[in-house]
Design a protein around this ligand. Structure first.
Ligand code: B3K
Ligand code: ZN
Length: 849
């Protein structure tokens, strides 16, 4: 077998496939060490492609036999696939291969988890199952026969027939191979039914291990809510007779939208009040919605190539964000989305891993399932909606669904729908897809003779490979307030298209206070000098909830920066604003909780970098604790009464109203613990009858170094529950004192429950190490070394999870020289490892370059 080195794939090199697939018949004879896969594929030449050389992807396959139109052939096989001479017209390809799912620790292709068989094919895993044109623009109708003694045998589409030891499935909707799925195991179902708006009766199942059946009800409700929502808001109905969800313990990411057979990381579907927090419930609801929504945005209309990944991911994230907003409230959802975007995507944009929403090249596509593609991709959809308005947005989506149903589409196709519906020229907007980096918006204003003049500037810093940036088309939502707090100009959508642009507002009696970038109308950084008084004013009066929160946020950030850099006490205006917000019962508790929550240590570090300071993680850690202490002292008289009022009586309800009260209550418990020595947290821990209250109390106790007894009790209570044990591992590392973090992490890797081959457990330990900045970024480099040791160990088994965790080193360029040197050494050690995976090698080299 010939070998071939990893290659860089370029968007510009796209060519249409030479052959298309009409139908695919697969037969699986399942066996852990030697599964036989027999394929029968009907190919025909693509009239829009060139028939140069017939090539099928295939990796780690043992080819037993191959035939074309019934005649044996001897293809030329490499480590990446095979080539073969084929007839001029349509033909039938048949092959038999052997694979070993029990040896598949990479969790890509067909693998085993807890005794069950399952698959993960996106992006390029199907080629580990059989020889196939494994590219999303080749769509075929699949029929699958599974032979196994496992009681449950599932694949995509509708069940056709089954008998003792076998089952057949047929998916009538043509699909790319990345949406193929197979599950075989001893599972039980939580079942329900749904009748679509087209009157199709659909069987719904969530398949789990027998012990998990009591954790399925919430997921089922979320699924039905999602189905109704997509019908009502987008007119999109489900299109098969059955929808199966399967929970799997070993999974590299959250979940996968395989047609009719979604496979979920068990942490993203299983929930019950005793073991899942409010945040878990909300996340599970969103992920179930996300995967379900993919049925139209991703499956019925898929991507022409992997460069178009944001076409399905950005749009589907935007859809799940809107769904969550509809169910749980848009203001708080927007705040949470902005926080996430800033923490993950702005960070990506500001470092060595910056890339456009539609990257121009990749070595390993799995490395591009990023916050930029997903979350910034969703922001681009949101901006389009703001620019064209709600009605035109809906019409553009209808056109997209009508025009491209059954196709593998591009960003150009997507934007053309908006241009055709609105008549607008979106060519400048299209730059958002190609240009990496977070635009910075500058603001200056002027008032004279009743006219208020607002000048906005934009500048996007250079990113790797893109030194020069052009102005983007940015929707900037602006409203104006009078000095008495009343709104005098309601929200207007200004369209910033030039490097510098002036907007005027006439007929004003006095100089207004502007509220800029309302609802976070674009994924940009608003760079604006504002007085504390103006921020405090907006925190009190802004009618836009996002900007009201944002005003408090900037005040908090100032307080933190001042403390870290000069040791200053927090401004009274900020503390008074917090008190007023906390006591304002007209505000939703969830909103108040967001205002009362301080920016993270990483947020402070990012802000210091923008101000060209040297962010010392330990100083930030200390400064942030001091500010929390000052807030607790200032609010000491109101914390306990409001905490009391936020206690929710009666049975646990994961929906927004009760969850919001618990969130605020637990933010307050965090402050209370700093002044009452942990008395309330101890009581809450003892009384808790749900995980939200229990783990919040435990976190508070750990925060003041008093949680060891509770931690031991927690373990004793939950040692049989692997998802709760992930929390046990992660929480103590995140809450540990930075001086102890590395030693604690190392100790926990010796724990018998540390199953490092399970991605959830590995992430709960090492993701938490990286999420404790002052603990991870020790000047002696011990945090980096420990992580590097384990990444080197994991890489040969699971490249995807390893490569993803290498991002913990992406702040390299922002660290001081000592830390940089230690980080470089750790990265070089990973990079020099013999036989390093393509996934990890690409990430290391991008960070080091
Ligand atoms: N489409 C999958 C992600 C696949 C990741 C491949 N490494 C889940 C999702 O976005 O819905
Ligand atoms: Zn997705």
């Amino acid at each position: 077998m010939k070998d071939s080195a990893p290659q860089t794939v370029h968007l510009a090199d796209y060519t249409a496939p030479g052959w298309l697939v009409d139908s695919v018949h697969l037969t699986f004879h399942l066996s852990p060490d030697a599964t036989r896969v027999i394929s029968r594929i009907a190919f025909r030449p693509n009239p829009d492609g060139a028939q140069d050389q017939f090539f099928l992807h295939g990796e780690q396959l043992e080819l037993v036999s191959a035939q074309i139109d019934g005649q044996p052939v001897a293809p030329d096989v490499t480590t990446r696939g095979l080539t073969c001479d084929v007839p001029d017209g349509p033909f039938i390809w048949q092959a038999e291969v052997i694979i070993a799912p029990a040896d598949n620790t990479a969790l890509e292709g067909l693998y085993m988890s807890g005794g069950m068989y399952c698959t993960q094919c996106e992006a390029e895993g199907f080629r580990k199952i059989t020889y196939y044109p494994d590219r999303p623009d080749v769509m075929g109708v699949f029929t699958v026969r599974i032979e196994s003694d496992m009681p449950l045998l599932l694949s995509n589409g509708n069940p056709v027939a089954s008998g003792d030891g076998w089952a057949e499935w047929h998916d009538p909707w043509p699909k790319p191979a990345y949406l193929f799925a197979l599950v075989a195991g001893d599972l039980v179902a939580h079942s329900d039914r749904f009748t679509t708006m087209e009157n199709r009766d659909v069987a719904l199942n969530i398949w789990v291990r027998p012990g998990d059946l009591d954790k399925c009800a919430f997921g089922m409700t979320a699924l039905k809510d999602s189905m109704i929502w997509d019908e009502r808001t987008h007119g999109r109905a489900y299109d098969l007779d059955i929808f199966n969800i399967v929970a799997v313990d070993d999974f590299n990411m959250g979940a996968m939208e395989n047609k009719g057979l979604n496979i979920f990381n068990s942490s993203c579907v299983l929930a019950k009040p005793e073991t899942s927090t409010d945040a878990d419930f909300e996340r599970i609801e969103a992920i179930i919605a996300h995967e379900y929504f993919h049925n139209w945005t991703g499956n019925r209309i898929t991507c022409r190539d992997w460069f178009q990944l944001c076409l399905k991911e950005g749009l589907t994230v935007f859809r799940d964000q809107t769904f969550t907003g509809d169910l749980r409230g848009h203001a708080v959802k927007r705040i949470d989305d902005a926080l996430m975007l800033r923490a993950r995507q702005f960070r990506e944009d500001a470092g060595p891993l910056a890339h456009p929403v539609r990257p121009a090249s990749f070595v390993e596509i799995n490395n591009f399932y990023t916050a930029t593609v997903y979350e910034k991709g969703a922001e681009l959809v949101g901006m389009l909606k703001r620019l064209v308005g709600d009605d035109h947005y809906r019409q553009s989506l209808d056109l997209y669904f009508d025009r491209h149903d059954g196709q593998a589409a591009t960003i150009e196709d997507w934007l053309a729908c908006f241009a055709d519906v609105t008549g607008r020229d979106l060519s400048q907007f299209a730059l958002w897809y190609a240009q990496a980096g977070t635009p910075q918006i500058g603001v200056s204003d002027h008032f004279a003779d009743g006219t208020y003049t607002l000048t906005l500037t934009q500048h996007t810093p250079a990113t790797p490979g893109q030194p020069d940036k052009q102005p983007l088309h940015i929707p900037v939502a602006v409203g104006l307030l009078a000095p008495d707090g009343s709104q005098i100009v309601p929200t207007q959508m200004l369209e910033l298209t030039q490097a510098s642009q002036t907007f005027t507002f006439d007929g004003l009696a006095e100089k207004p206070v502007p509220s800029i970038l309302r609802d976070f109308s674009a994924p940009v950084i608003l760079d604006r000098d504002q007085t504390t008084a103006e921020r405090a004013f907006l925190l009190t009066y802004d009618t836009d909830p996002f900007n009201r929160w944002e005003a408090g946020r900037t005040l908090a950030l100032d307080a933190l920066l001042n403390r870290v850099m000069t040791g200053a006490d927090p401004d009274a205006a900020y503390l008074d604003g917090l008190r007023a917000t906390l006591l304002d019962d007209t505000l939703h508790p969830a909103f108040r909780a967001r205002v009362l929550t301080l920016p993270s240590e990483q947020d402070v570090s990012d802000a210091m970098v923008r101000r060209k300071g040297d962010p010392d993680p330990m100083q930030i850690y200390i400064g942030r604790r001091e500010i929390r202490q000052a807030i607790a002292a200032h609010l000491h008289d109101v914390l306990a009464p409001v905490h009391d009022r936020m206690q929710v009586p009666g049975p646990y309800d994961p929906r927004a109203d009760d969850a919001g009260k618990r969130t605020l209550g637990n933010v307050l418990l965090g402050y209370l613990t700093l002044i009452d020595g942990g008395r309330r947290a101890q009581a809450q821990y003892a009384d808790a009858d749900n995980m939200t209250q229990q783990i919040a109390a435990l976190a508070c106790l750990l925060d003041i170094g008093q949680g060891q007894d509770a931690l031991a009790a927690f373990r004793a209570q939950w040692q049989a529950d692997r998802l709760v044990m992930d929390k046990w591992f992660g929480l103590q590392i995140r809450q540990s004192h930075p001086d102890d973090t590395v030693a604690l992490t190392e100790r926990l890797t010796q724990d018998p429950a540390f199953d490092w081959k399970n991605p959830n457990r590995f992430r709960s330990v090492f993701g938490s190490l990286a999420a404790n900045p002052a603990g991870f970024h020790r000047t002696d480099g011990s945090g980096y070394d420990l992580l590097a040791d384990w990444l080197i160990r994991l890489d040969p088994l699971n490249p995807q999870t390893t490569a993803r965790m290498v991002t913990a080193f992406d702040s390299l360029g922002r660290q001081n020289p000592t830390r940089q040197a230690a980080m470089r050494a750790a990265l070089a050690r990973i990079g020099d490892t013999k036989g390093l995976s393509r996934d990890t090698a690409e990430m290391v080299s991008r960070i080091l370059s």
